[in-house]
Design a protein around this ligand. Structure first.
Ligand code: TEU
Ligand code: CA
Length: 560
């Protein structure tokens, strides 16, 4: 079936199953819990669910370390539960995109158990093994989760590569038999009727063959090897092969998670003529507040930088590829705390940030709780944190002599557990997420931030997001229109236009807690503007050529 590109009009909702809804009181979200909340998603109006991994896993990285790709994780339920969930989603017209994690497996996957048995084992070459150098690791690459990217194995006196945790050995995509095994597994799930894949760090799967040391001018213990595995030499060959062998046979959505991807590369990955993927998750807009040395070195947010990045992505993929649009996911702190105001103006700034993103060209992704304006969390002590990335960083920074308060502040601002506290359903115990003890503590603000309250309040973020989602289906200008940034150097006002045939949208957002002046563009014919959506009451007749934007105001003018 030809791909009708339905995903250009879709809005995707990401579920992190461990934290979404617990149905059996063990404090861990599960598939029956998801089923019980599908009417809520239907009410919101989302078209697709991206479900983070539910495959068998020891949960070293909460399911991103898979020990059996074709079995369901015990804590989440059974394959029958999964089949029921898919049927219930499809009954409601909701599509299901599963998470494909094939840069690495768990070290408890039977392929790895075999691979480490001996150098002659038939699975040896499914993974990346190298001899050490003078008793040291084969190269100087660091793991994303601290320490070396290599783990020594006594049994065969060699090291194996793991770009993430020690329990996440990287797969060797040079091995054709391995690639065929992956395509078989993908077909297993697609033949069950799923509607696509989100592909975990899929631009890491092709490494530069001789795995060279990275430059290390500052003499660090380990350094990022990203230049030798991001967008590597055979990545387009592999993705085109995957498309030919599997993806092209189904009418599906495919999105590649690609840390380090540029717009130029993304136009290659997402150009439909190249038969690779439909869209990618880029990370440039997620690093505006990251200093040199990575995310934990927090620097002030800079709107001018953000505007330049998102404008580049809008314009360089226009008529060439396709963008994903996201602020949040299970790896990122919550945007209303990161860029908005999670205090007095929480609801208003959350609506502004939603408007800013959803009026752009691309497929928007809403992360669970974003539609409620859920915020970051500040746990008293490190013992309340769960994420391996955070716990490893804490240990490493303590050893490096960092001040504990500085470490905790970096965790408060950038830690992934900010996104992983339980979904807040109501103001009952544990926010209605579980009647047991939650695997991670609930954000204490669940009394005022929860789904029940949001659904009853017509002015909630929830109902505002509902409207953004429906506008995308009604207005071709949102999916087809060209993008033009205004006031590129204004540090507080984010304004852009979308143009399509004789129609215009003018999106004006005040990304600050102070009122800001905005001069309407001359070409805007004041006799015809209408307000398509806004987060603040405004009498259209009073509008002259000068707008005083209220704190965190978002307004979308429509004119011809
Ligand atoms: O994330 C890839 C990735 O690069 C993230 O680790 C990100 O850079 C980091 O978390 C920023 O804080 C994917 C998954 O989304 C993530 O949950 C997994 O931990 C990782 O791959 C390994 O599977
Ligand atoms: Ca459970």
């Amino acid at each position: 079936k030809l791909n009708q590109q339905w995903w250009k009009k879709s809005v995707v909702y990401q579920i992190y199953p461990r934290s979404f809804m617990d149905s059996n009181g063990d404090g861990i979200g599960d598939i029956q819990g998801i089923i019980s909340k599908l009417d809520y998603l239907k009410e919101l109006g989302v078209d697709v669910v991206w479900l983070s991994p539910v495959y068998r896993s020891p949960n070293d990285d909460n399911g991103y370390d898979i020990s059996d790709y074709q079995a369901i994780m015990d804590e989440f339920g059974t394959m029958e539960d999964w089949e029921e969930m898919l049927a219930e989603m499809h009954k409601r017209g909701i599509k299901l995109v599963m998470d494909l994690v094939v840069n690495h497996t768990s070290d408890e996957h039977h392929w790895f158990i075999e691979s480490k048995k001996s150098k002659e084992n038939r699975y040896r070459d499914y993974y990346i093994w190298r001899k050490g150098k003078q008793g040291m690791e084969p190269n100087n690459w660091e793991s994303a989760f601290s320490g070396s990217a290599w783990q020594y194995d006594e049994g065969t006196d060699e090291y194996f590569l793991h770009l993430f945790s020690k329990k996440q050995p990287d797969l060797n995509w040079e091995n054709e038999t391995l690639r065929e095994e992956i395509y078989k597994m993908m077909t297993f799930w697609l033949d069950k009727g799923i509607d696509g894949f989100r592909m975990d760090v899929v631009n890491f799967i092709s490494k530069v063959p001789d795995l060279p040391d990275a430059p290390n001018p500052e003499g660090k213990t380990y350094v990022s090897g990203g230049d030798y595995y991001m967008n590597g030499p055979r990545i387009h060959e592999y993705l085109h092969e995957m498309n030919r062998e599997v993806l092209s046979k189904y009418d599906i959505l495919t999105v590649g998670e690609m840390p380090g991807v540029t717009p130029a590369e993304a136009s290659l990955y997402t150009n439909s003529d190249r038969e690779e993927l439909n869209m990618v998750f880029q990370f440039e807009h997620m690093d505006v507040d990251s200093g040199s040395g990575g995310k934990w070195n927090v620097i002030p947010f800079d709107l001018v930088k953000l505007k330049a990045i998102l404008t580049k992505w809008q314009q360089e993929l226009f008529n060439k590829g396709w963008n994903s649009l996201y602020w949040n996911n299970h790896d990122q702190p919550r945007i209303v705390s990161r860029v908005g105001d999670d205090g007095e103006y929480r609801v208003k700034s959350a609506k502004m940030l939603g408007t800013l993103l959803h009026m752009m060209q691309g497929t928007p992704y809403i992360y669970q709780g974003e539609e409620l304006g859920m915020t970051n969390v500040k746990f008293e002590s490190i013992v309340e944190y769960r994420d391996i990335e955070t716990l490893n960083m804490y240990k490493e920074k303590v050893e490096e002599g960092w001040n504990i308060n500085e470490i905790m502040n970096s965790i408060y601002v950038k830690g992934r557990d900010n996104a992983r506290t339980p979904m807040q359903w109501n103001n009952e115990k544990n926010a209605g997420f579980t009647n047991g003890t939650p695997w991670i503590n609930v954000n204490p603000n669940y009394n005022e931030v929860n789904a029940d309250q949001a659904i009853q309040d017509p002015n909630s973020v929830f109902h505002y997001y509902k409207k953004l989602i429906s506008l995308r289906k009604e207005k071709n200008i949102i999916t087809e229109g060209s993008f033009h940034l205004l006031l590129e150097n204004d540090p507080f006002v984010y304004a852009y236009t979308r143009s399509y045939e004789n129609e215009r949208l003018l999106v004006v957002c005040n990304v600050s807690g102070e009122k800001q002046k905005f001069d309407l563009p001359k070409e805007m014919d004041l006799s015809h503007p209408s307000i398509m959506i806004s987060n603040d009451a405004r009498n259209i007749d009073e509008i002259g050529h000068l707008l005083w934007l209220t704190p965190w105001e978002a307004v979308v003018f429509q004119y011809f």
